[in-house]
Design a protein around this ligand. Structure first.
Ligand SMILES: [Zn+2]
Length: 285
């Protein structure tokens, strides 16, 4: 699967015009920009400018600026943040549990896009089940890592796009997308991302997103310990659904994800432990 084959899904991230394919670049007839083709299955489609709503939490705004400005270079031995095979086993187990949970919620569309796909934890699993997976990320290091692993494992149904999730290079074309571990940076940020995801979906297309109910200690999530997150990037169900509604999403499906591995005798706790991830599916009308 090559960039050329998915041209009809893509557009200029700034003016949403259709792109023309050339062996070394994609060209926008509207603004005249040329987007570098980095490989048969790898292209960079960054907008001209950064988005102002780059979040409130921790160091993210600085990280976004650094990632956005970084020129693409090839990096041998790159290691993406959050790679499960390099992480602590218990942390990785929770991530992989969520991947399994998510996979069961997806429709079997021929194409699926993973937005803000990071280390590819979802991407590589999705590639086993979907005809084509489009992996989108901004970070040069993450993309180098995923590209190297993809080539090493000879995964041929995976296309990588370096892009900015605020201005995705899709408009009314994607049948399905997922975006996880991303709606964690403050209300303005989440609304801007949701607007961008919705614009990318085809009419009738499906999205699956999650909000974090961060507190890793379940007692904290139950309100029995003090809230140690003060930056308003951890959401209750009510707060998450207000953001969805404010973003013009009229209806959704709620899927609570409990990350704790509960032994058989503690299954009853599932009924009282608030989920660590508030997952939502919605369809573009
Ligand atoms: Zn353009």
């Amino acid at each position: 699967m090559r960039i050329k084959d998915i041209l009809s899904f893509l557009c200029c991230p700034d003016d949403r015009s259709s792109l023309k394919w050339y062996p070394d670049y994609l060209s926008c007839p509207e603004c005249g920009r040329q987007y570098p083709v980095l490989g048969d299955d790898f292209v960079e489609l960054l907008p001209v400018a950064m988005h102002p709503q780059n979040g409130v939490n921790l160091s993210y705004p600085d990280l976004y600026k650094k990632d956005f400005r970084q020129k693409f270079t090839w990096m041998e031995g790159a290691a993406a943040w959050g790679r499960c095979d390099l992480a602590h086993a218990s942390w990785a187990a929770k991530r992989l549990k969520q991947v399994e949970f998510t996979k069961k919620l997806l429709l079997r569309t021929p194409v699926i896009c993973d937005v803000s796909a990071g280390a590819g934890t979802y991407t590589f699993e999705l590639a086993k089940e979907f005809q084509l997976v489009i992996h989108c990320d901004l970070s040069v290091e993450n993309l180098n890592d995923v590209y190297q692993r993809k080539n090493k494992m000879a995964v041929n149904n995976l296309i990588l796009i370096r892009c900015d999730y605020f201005k995705l290079p899709f408009f009314n074309t994607l049948p399905q997308l997922i975006c996880t571990d991303t709606l964690i940076r403050g209300q303005c940020h989440e609304k801007a991302v949701l607007a961008s995801l919705t614009a990318a979906l085809a009419k009738g297309g499906h999205a699956l997103v999650d909000f974090h109910n961060w507190w890793h200690n379940p007692l904290r999530r139950m309100g029995l310990m003090r809230n140690n997150f003060s930056d308003n990037t951890s959401y209750t169900r009510k707060a998450a659904e207000k953001i969805l509604s404010d973003s013009g999403i009229a209806s959704w499906r709620f899927y609570p994800f409990i990350q704790e591995q509960l032994a058989e005798q503690y299954q009853i706790l599932k009924k009282i432990i608030p989920p660590a991830r508030l997952m939502y599916g919605f369809t573009k009308q």
